[in-house]
Design a protein around this ligand. Sequence first.
Ligand SMILES: [Zn+2]
Length: 226
Amino acid sequence: MGKRIIKYIKKILYCLVQVIYSGDESCVICSGYSEESEALCTVCRKKLRRSEESFYIGSSEEEYVARSVFYYSSIVKELIIRLKYKNDFICGEILAKYMLESVKNNYLEFDLISYVPMTKRALKNRGYNQSEFLAKYLSQFLSIPVTCNLIKTEDTKDQIGLSGDQRWDNMKKCFEIKGSEFIKNKNILLVDDVITTGATAFHCAHMLKENGANNIFILTIAKSNV
Ligand SMILES: [Zn+2]
């Protein structure tokens, strides 16, 4: 009887070790073998489409420099969806690491990190803000503080059926600033997950600038053309 129990315990331990072991060696996307305990396997990493060039959003009267680490496709899309809608912070960490790498490789310099906010209602529904998660990860590894003074006051109305200009205008008045003294003359990195038309990031950057920030640089994980 005693032997059977020991055998049983040994079996459980073996299974646990297998779970831990396989967790370390398998890709979070395809569960395929991943060497050196990388979160993504070689095949999935090859599918990441890098976006190398920085770009401008806005018009010549008021524009901001932006950079995305990737294009919004395939693996990146999957990682972002998991972070955004499935509480998957392991995927969040993978993305945040790539963001950190981009900050370092492009020698981006700034005094503060900010992020695109969500309305109170949206935050309550999701339980967290994925852009805040990314900003806080960067803050931790760069030892640069995060400022939470951008506020989203209204949920953006349904954008479907609106023209580009209408979409852009739809975003106006959605954002406010509290505690503007913290951003005076500061260079700010504004973080978001995906940039599409650029309207959201532009209006956030505009609020920071209007309230005394010096320079705003926008960094997103992905750039989508849809
Ligand atoms: Zn994979």
